[in-house]
Design a protein around this ligand. Structure first.
Ligand code: RIB
Ligand code: CA
Length: 313
C-alpha cells in the first residue's frame, strides 16, 4: 500500500482556512501531520483557538496544533480580516473552546522538525500570512531542500488585489515574510486571489452542501454564516473560498486546467503597491520562474471536493 503524503498546513483560521482543512482531513492520499498557526485573518489567540476547535469538531484531536508568530516580521499590519470572518475569525458563532491546548513547540520550530521527519516527501501548504515559514527559513535556510512541494494561497498575479487595489491579504499582511519565502523556495505553486475569484460557487449550492447530516457541516454552517452574508451583500451570487481552491490544487494538482510558470516577486516599498506580487509575464527580468501559477482548475472537481469535505465524518 502506498504511504500517504505527509501534509503540513500553515494557516490563519479563518472561515475559508477551515474549509481547506476539512478538505485535507477528508483526503485519503494525504496525512495531516500538523497545523502551524499564523496571525492574519484575526489575532493569533483566535486563530489558534479556531484550529483547535475545528480539530475537535472533526474528531481529529490527534493532529498537533502549533502556535506561531503573533505579528508580521517587521511592520504591524494595517488591518486584519475580521470584517470578513468575524471578530473571532469563526463568524462570532459563540462556540465552547476546545478542551485541548496547542503544543508548546513554536510553529517555526515544528515546521523545521517536521521537514526533517518527512524529508523529501512533505507537502507544505500555506493558507495565511507567511510569517512562520519566513521565520523557519531564517532559522534554517535549508528548509526548501526537504519540502517535496510547496503550495501557497496568496498574491494577485495581475495586481487585482482584495485588501488593497494591488495586493492580496496574506501577502500584504506580511510582505517581508512573503519576500523571504518567495526568494528562498526555487519553486512553489501559487493559487492567487484572481484564481479564487474565477472559481466561485453559487450560494444556493453551498447552502445545500451545508445541510449534510454531519457535525462538520453543522459546525461549518454556523461559522460561515456571517461571511456568506457578507459575500452575498458585496460579491453577488457567487461565494469564493481562496484557501479551499488552494487546497484542491494541493490535494489534486491534476485538477488544474491552466498553469503558467513565471518569476514572481513581492513589492515592499510602493506607497500604493506594498504587498503586491509582481509577475514578470514577459520574462524581462531574466529571473528564474519560481512560481507555478494556477490559472484554471476543474470547477466540478473543486466543488465535489468541497461538498465531500463537509459531508464527511
Ligand atoms: O486573500 C485571501 C486569503 O486571506 C485567505 O487565505 C483568507 O483566509 C485570508 O487569510
Ligand atoms: Ca487564510
Amino acid at each position: 500500500m502506498t504511504k500517504k503524503i505527509p501534509l503540513l498546513i500553515d494557516t490563519d483560521p479563518g472561515v475559508d482556512d477551515a474549509l481547506a482543512i476539512l478538505m485535507a482531513f477528508n483526503d485519503a492520499d494525504h496525512e495531516v501531520v500538523g497545523l502551524s498557526i499564523a496571525a492574519g485573518n484575526v489575532g493569533l489567540e483566535y486563530t489558534v483557538r479556531n484550529a483547535l476547535k475545528l480539530c475537535e469538531v472533526a474528531g481529529r484531536d490527534d493532529i498537533p496544533v502549533f502556535a506561531g508568530c503573533d505579528s508580521p516580521l517587521v511592520l504591524a499590519p494595517r488591518e486584519d480580516a475580521a470584517h470578513v470572518h468575524g471578530r473571532d475569525g469563526f463568524g462570532d458563532s459563540g462556540f465552547e473552546p476546545a478542551a485541548r491546548e496547542a503544543e508548546s513547540e513554536h510553529a517555526a520550530l515544528a515546521i523545521l522538525r517536521l521537514s526533517h521527519e518527512h524529508a523529501g516527501r512533505l507537502l507544505l501548504v500555506a493558507l495565511g500570512p507567511l510569517t512562520n515559514i519566513a521565520l523557519a527559513l531564517k532559522l534554517d535556510p535549508t528548509l526548501p531542500q526537504r519540502v517535496a512541494r510547496f503550495v501557497v494561497m496568496g498574491g494577485a498575479v495581475s495586481a487585482h488585489g482584495n485588501i488593497t487595489a494591488a495586493a492580496e491579504f496574506n501577502v500584504a499582511f506580511d510582505p517581508e515574510a512573503a519576500h523571504v519565502v518567495f526568494e528562498a523556495f526555487p519553486h512553489f505553486d501559487l493559487a492567487d486571489w484572481e484564481a479564487t475569484i474565477a472559481h466561485g460557487f453559487h450560494h444556493q449550492k453551498a447552502e445545500r452542501w451545508l445541510q449534510a447530516a454531519s457535525p462538520r457541516a453543522r459546525f461549518y454552517d454556523r461559522i460561515s454564516l456571517q461571511t456568506r452574508k457578507w459575500s452575498a451583500d458585496r460579491r453577488g451570487e457567487l461565494w469564493h473560498s481562496a484557501d479551499a481552491l488552494a487546497m484542491a490544487f494541493a490535494l489534486q494538482p491534476d485538477g488544474a486546467t491552466r498553469l503558467a510558470e513565471r518569476p514572481v516577486q513581492v513589492e515592499l516599498a510602493g506607497a500604493l503597491t506594498r504587498g503586491a506580487t509582481v509577475t514578470d509575464w514577459n520574462r524581462q527580468t531574466g529571473r528564474p520562474d519560481n512560481a507555478r501559477i494556477l490559472l484554471g482548475y476543474d470547477q466540478a472537481r473543486f466543488e465535489a471536493l468541497v461538498e465531500a469535505a463537509l459531508a464527511a465524518g
